[in-house]
Design a protein around this ligand. Sequence first.
Ligand code: C2E
Ligand code: MG
Ligand code: MG
Ligand code: MG
Length: 288
Amino acid sequence: AAKERGTGRVSLASDKLIASANSQMLLEGQLREAISNDQLVLHYQPVVGPDGTVLSAEALVRWPHPERGLLNPGDFLPVAEQGDMLGELDRWVLRTAFTEASEWPQLCGGIIGAGVGIAVNLSGLVPGDPEFVDVVSATVAATGLAWDRVVLELVETSLIDLPSRSREAMAELVERGVRFAVDDFGTGYSSLARLKELPAQIIKIDRRFVSGVATDASDFAVARALVDMARAMGRSCVAEGVENATQFHVLRGVGVDAYQGWLLSKPLPAKEFREILKLGPVHIPSGA
Ligand code: C2E
Ligand code: MG
Ligand code: MG
Ligand code: MG
């Protein structure tokens, strides 16, 4: 009986393993199809200047899954990585974001839409890829987007110690008007001192520093030092995850150039984002 129980436990555990492996494989297959059948969607979150003017939008991918509901990137980027689909996903996002953003001038009134940047996160398609410059350029050409509206976000760890080939690829795009942003700055390994080596025009201050900026003296000190340093090096700073007015006003006090977060707007479906654009500057609540 003991032996049977033992076997029972083993087979129960292996059943679970098989079930989770199956569901992982199922999800992988579904994601591959969703990408090729154009079933993912982009939400857009405004990035605003100190007076609330919408400067750009960050495209954030979502997967409306038939059984599981609307999935966030945290739910399926690991699946994409596991299935070696990050490059495909990034290309889909580039194409879709550039296409949608290229329509904003007509749909939202020329002056507003035409000046608004479009930021895309890259994790599979990276500057070291031999086809990097060609893929970005072909997408810009196909959508007719103005080069100076393009912002490409890469995490800090993918921007340190870049081989010269990657730097040259980035420089080629920068020459045409593209800007690069270091995403989640402060969460990687580089210190403030390495900021100078990062080939990016925009520094996005990670939410973890922003959250404490009004309540924690050391978070405030880090944010202020970062902004001072970025300015000295000719970079602009975006604060991520701004959730309350106090944070916004403290950050504005130290000279942050742009702001993104729930205080200003959650990421919105394309149509709702266009409505925001039409309304003009986002309302900034007064400091508490
Ligand atoms: P990220 O690029 O740092 O994007 C910002 C994340 O913070 C987004 O989560 C956004 O919804 C969330 N956020 C914005 N404002 C606030 C706020 O005030 N408070 C809080 N707590 N969160 C806020 P999301 O959309 O779940 O995306 C998570 C990450 O997934 C992104 O972080 C990015 O690294 C990645 N990602 C998103 N879309 C794409 C994509 O199209 N391609 C690739 N390769 N990665 C993507
Ligand atoms: Mg980002
Ligand atoms: Mg970020
Ligand atoms: Mg993040």
